[in-house]
Design a protein around this ligand. Structure first.
Ligand code: DAT
Ligand code: MG
Length: 150
């Protein structure tokens, strides 16, 4: 659906390394519509909720510490197959396996400093959007849509 939404987050390392503009540019240029964006320094409990499926992993405490170490850019992007395409644009979880041309493949080397997050299913995207944007999302018409979608 052209209305599919995904939650994309630039992690603290991406913010510190000034990659925010580059990452936003990639989603804009691909044709996705930006429907929510904010800079937020998330608390450990909030991040534990975001990553609750991973709480039994040995790297979980380090992951939460890293994610709470500075602000992140929380975004919602909308468009055709946004979840799957967003994941493809991010690249593999471990940057050493990410293809060049992907965000992680262009900017990262370590799995624990992999720059960005993207929802892995439509269902999780909706959950994550509610968690990060409880205030709701602005509605507006993107006038270029007919040049991007049939
Ligand atoms: P993804 O972010 O690609 O959806 P995930 O949901 O499995 O990957 O894991 C969430 C984050 O946790 C991931 O972006 C980086 C970190 N992580 C995953 N596997 C890890 C590992 N083996 N060692 C350290 N950090 C890891
Ligand atoms: Mg994940």
């Amino acid at each position: 659906s052209i209305h599919e939404r995904t939650y994309i987050m630039i992690k603290p390392d991406g913010v510190q390394r000034s990659l925010v503009g580059n990452i936003i540019n990639r989603f804009e240029q691909r044709g996705f519509k930006l429907i929510a964006l904010k800079l937020v320094h998330a608390s450990p409990p909030h991040l534990e909720k975001h990553y609750e499926d991973l709480r039994d992993k040995p790297f979980f405490p380090g992951l939460i510490k890293y994610m709470a170490s500075g602000p992140v850019v929380a975004m919602v992007w909308q468009g055709l197959d946004a979840v799957k395409t967003g994941r493809a644009m991010l690249g593999a979880t471990n940057p050493l396996a990410s293809a060049p041309g992907t965000i992680r493949g262009d900017f990262a080397l370590a799995v624990g400093r992999n720059i960005c997050h993207g929802s892995d299913s439509v269902e999780n995207a909706e959950k994550e959007i509610k968690l990060w944007f409880p205030e709701g999302i602005v509605q507006y018409e993107a006038t270029l849509a007919s040049w991007i979608f049939e």
